[in-house]
Design a protein around this ligand. Sequence first.
Ligand code: SAM
Ligand code: SF4
Length: 341
Amino acid sequence: MISSQAISGSPTVVSLIDGFSRPITYLRISVTDKCNLRCVYCMPESGLPWLRRDEILSYEEIVEIVRAAATAGVRTIRLTGGEPLVRKDLSGLVAALAAIPGIEDIALSTNGLLLEEQIDGLAAAGLRRVNLSLDTLRPDRFEAIARRPGLDLVLRGLDAAIRAGLTPVKLNCVVMRGQNDDELIEFAKLTKDRPVFVRFIEVMPVHENLELQRDTYVSSDEILERISAGGQLQAVTGPHGNGPARYFAFPGAMGAVGVISPLSHDYCETCNRVRLTADGRLRLCLFGDYALDLRTPLRAGASTDELAGLLRSAMLIKPARHHLRLGETSSRMRAFSEIGG
Ligand code: SAM
Ligand code: SF4
């Protein structure tokens, strides 16, 4: 469905509205499928069948797609991967995206290993927010879960992001029974004296991790029950509205605790996002095979208007919701990082 609708403070006249009347204003962009970690829930230890260099969109191509998306109402960009900071000169891309009329907010999802060394350049280029992934506060466990060392670098990255004023920093923690679920309260307490939003995520199924997911899944209701043992929690609004998370805070805390429950309480009804994979496919839902190839028309010389037209037509295939259940995935499901988480 296409709707002509002015968005305040922006030059846009046409917004993206999907077939279920949801305005799409948020684009997650996977800038690479590669990663310097191998988190057990995300990708195999041996890595993935990586994309060839020529298959990956150049920064110029990403900028072209974002320019078109901005004319169609997209306001927020999140850079992700794989691990976005392993791609050279990410701050150059941030600066180019920040200059696009209509783009109001640029955020980054990172494992934090390279954050301290890149944060100043990224902030100067226009990065506004950081989500940092951290599943444990113990070095030996970090190495077991991420299959690489690096906890000290991640913690330095966290401090650097706070120092650079990219607050509130969101810390994403994938909860796994028997692996890190005994650290829930320790994580939650980080929010008491730091402007940090700790978000506990239910582990999601991708085909390599089905067994792990079945064995280690902890529901967000159980997570909330267990962290309430660390103090009284009150429901609060998140830093930029709630998005997919539900937030709670300890009295007087600088930050808050959130839970993201893709399985037990999905947030599909309010979904406002689509994803661009590193090889230029627009994915309409995190799960399932709803995707549109933008790279081919882009490389064939499509104009900004033509690309915006493709984005609008893609709204027709955005599904109402995902239909995942615990321990299941679609047969064609690929690793999360490959989808461009
Ligand atoms: N490498 C970056 C990072 O780790 O933040 C960005 C990409 S990563 C795919 C984005 C987020 O997805 C991370 O917070 C990660 O923990 C989460 N994630 C990956 N696989 C997941 C899974 N199977 N279930 C739940 N969350 C997952
Ligand atoms: Fe890499 Fe992020 Fe996946 Fe971990 S979750 S393997 S850091 S892409």
